[in-house]
Write a protein that binds this ligand. Structure first.
Ligand SMILES: Cc1cc2nc3c(=O)[nH]c(=O)nc-3n(C[C@H](O)[C@H](O)[C@H](O)COP(=O)(O)O)c2cc1C
Length: 319
């Protein structure tokens, strides 16, 4: 298989891919990132000072290009949100979520439920296409469940309606995040459309990025969970592809990046909120290290960044 540097993106993750995390992933080699999903209707109707929406949609000037991800089931709302997001000038593209398995999203007919209503999905993409000149993409799964795998005709329909590229997570909605992603189904989609396809699912090490590209023939890779506590994964993937040595971060590098992440969060959201929100990130940064469980429990009781910093420094720089 020929060696080529893949287009590398950070997959959207609700509750995680805010600008500080995106910025760190971009610094480590992600070419592009995506916001957390946002309800098109909520975006249009929430009070303009609503913190939840402001936080999700906020970008940073030092970030790599970021696309905004919308979810919804009403073409008119999606189109208007796409128009306003385009006019803001802050984003490099509009991505439509047709993959989210959460009942609160699918219950309303949005997210992966759209794979059961391809005509509605088509209307949504058609409306969005008319509303924006930005690159328009769709993030989809391979079907609703194992009895209704429809990734190929669904992708062909999205292409015909004007999507510029697709990201395909190789699981059904019924699988949620369990089992193995079916890369062969992604390969079938890639063969069936002319627009670029980004492969997604189960890339946790650099070698897996090569394997998913070899298997699917796709144009790029989107990494989600593999980047949690490990933004270095993007750099490792790039190094693997350009033939330079792939290295693991030292404990000092983990400490430095985790603390930088925390300081950005504190400056953005204030110490009280940031320290609580950072707990999950600290757990991910420490994952796999001996003694991490006790450190995690300790950090989860601490209200201030200075104390967290002391505990992390003692743990990571003890040697
Ligand atoms: C905590 C979490 C939140 C997610 N939020 C979103 C989201 O907002 N929009 C979306 O399209 N996918 C979302 N996903 C799915 C990921 O983008 C990705 O498709 C999935 O995790 C599979 O890729 P991975 O194996 O690299 O993690 C989320 C996944 C996780 C684990």
């Amino acid at each position: 298989m020929e060696q080529r540097i893949p287009r590398l993106t950070l997959a959207p993750m609700a509750g995680i891919s805010d600008w500080p995390f995106r910025l760190l992933c971009g610094e480590q080699g992600a070419d592009e990132t995506v916001t957390e999903m946002i309800s098109a209707q909520g975006y249009l109707t929430a009070p303009k000072d609503s913190r939840a929406y402001r936080y999700i949609m906020e970008t940073h000037s030092a970030e790599k290009p970021v696309a905004a991800q919308l979810f919804g089931h009403d073409p008119a709302y999606i189109a208007e949100a796409a128009r306003q997001i385009t006019d803001s000038g802050l984003y490099c593209g509009i991505d439509i979520n047709m993959g989210c398995p959460a009942p609160k999203v699918t219950g309303g007919g949005s997210g992966s439920a759209l794979m059961k209503t391809p005509q509605l999905a088509a209307s949504i993409v058609r409306a969005a296409r008319l509303a924006t000149q930005l690159p328009l993409s769709v993030k989809m799964r391979i079907g609703w469940d194992e009895h209704s795998i429809n990734a190929v005709p669904f992708a062909q329909m999205l292409e015909a309606e004007g999507a510029d590229f697709l990201t395909v997570h190789g699981r059904t909605r019924a699988q949620q995040y369990a089992g193995k992603a079916d890369w062969d189904q992604i390969a079938l989609v890639k063969k069936a459309v002319r627009i670029p396809v980004i492969a997604n699912g189960d890339v946790f090490q650099a070698e897996a990025a090569r394997a998913i590209l070899d298997t699917t023939g796709c144009d790029g890779v989107a990494v989600g969970r593999g980047a949690l506590g490990n933004p270095w994964l993007f750099q490792q993937i790039k190094r693997l592809f350009d033939g330079t040595e792939v290295s693991m971060p030292t404990r000092q590098e983990v400490l430095a990046l985790a603390l930088r992440h925390a300081r950005m969060m504190v400056a953005w959201k204030g110490e009280r909120h940031a320290v609580v929100e950072m707990r999950k990130h600290f757990a991910w940064y420490l994952k796999g290290m001996r003694g991490a469980a006790q450190v995690r429990s300790r950090i989860n009781t601490l209200p201030g960044l200075a104390e967290v910093e002391q505990v992390l420094t003692d743990f990571l720089c003890a040697d």
